[in-house]
Design a protein around this ligand. Sequence first.
Ligand code: ZN
Length: 301
Amino acid sequence: MFKSKADKRTLRYRCVQPTESLLHGKSFRWIENGGKVLGVAHCDSVHCGKPTVFKNRGRYVRSTTLDDRLGVHILLDVLPQMGITTDVLLTDDEEIGQSTASDFAETIGTDHPYNWIFSFDRKGSGSVVYDFTTMEPYAKHYFKKVHRGSFSDISYLESLHVGAVNIGAGYHNEHTLNSFADLRETQKQVNRFANFYREQRETMIEHTPIETQWDSETDFVYRGSRYIWSSYSRDWIPEDEHEEYANLILGAESPIDEEEVDRLTALNDPDEMDLEQEIWDASRLRQMIERDESLRLMDRF
Ligand SMILES: [Zn+2]
């Protein structure tokens, strides 16, 4: 997975595929496959004011949409190829703090029989469980590290009363022009997920939601702390950490810069590089898809 030309082309397609096409023009898309577990990914991205491009550099790929089109790719293309069938929820507007996962939660009500929920919507490795405390022992066991995070799609799904985990997808520098993914890291995380899924898909991981009070469009109170929307980090940040976090983001807008990625890329096997440095815009890619039967089939998703 992630290595062949076909896999790379599929990922490239997911990175530039128009959101309307992924969501079939709706605000969210629920794909029911008879799964007992629900996978979630958001289709919107922080584009940094530039058109979406995709560069293949062997082990590394670059695109501003990897957060979270890499997650979309894992759910729609990678896991099914590994024989893992989950239901899928694709959302929109996650990056502006208004994920349509909340519309889904309203539509589905409280008692849909999912055993647990997951997403691949986080940089690097490890995982985050937010306030899904019953998920923590599983996250520790299968993903080794449990980091702190404030909010993402799955946080809007507490009303389903089951545990959820956000898994590192192997992308880095998200929300910047230097956004890239280390696909070896992605593969490791997917393998860890496969173990988790195979051993625990029948385990109901219950969760009791904590009441969230919304005070305004830009802040809310959760478990006694006030969270404020940060336009720097595009994330909900606890009030007491807000200033520190804004400084961190301002000071380190691209922790790994383009030169650094080029240096890393130089270590690649030249055989992996034959698709490299191509820049694809959506219209060029669409022409390519029209010529390619296997990719056209993906439009059913
Ligand atoms: Zn994301």
